[in-house]
Ligand binder design. Sequence first.
Ligand SMILES: [Zn+2]
Ligand SMILES: [Zn+2]
Length: 133
Amino acid sequence: MLGTSRKHSKKRDAILQALRSTDSHPSAHWVYERLKSSIDGLSLATVYRNINLFQQEGSVVSVCVVDGKERFDGIVEPHPHFVCTCCGGVFDFSYPDFHLFTTVMDNHKGVEEFKIDYQKTVFYGLCKYCAEK
Ligand SMILES: [Zn+2]
Ligand SMILES: [Zn+2]
């Protein structure tokens, strides 16, 4: 029994570490492909299940869906993203006035119709590499 649970947490740790080791905002497939040769018996379903748990715990966030695949981020502080519609790259995207937008959101917390729990900002377009092609 103990052996089983230890194995589970080893997978769990490896999955979380893989998500945090990159700024490429990977999909569950990416994590699976990366870990499958080093972890015996790892399945894509296990990766999905663990990512779901991480999301519930708040240690991982879902950024967006690109080409039908959900992409995740190990950085949970709200920050804007840029998605390239050509290569499918997901990038952290900072612009100087983002904090102003966050302030607007905070000021609207008292609005009766809506209670804002979180916000997501995703821009779409071409990355530098694709734009130059
Ligand atoms: Zn691109
Ligand atoms: Zn990010």
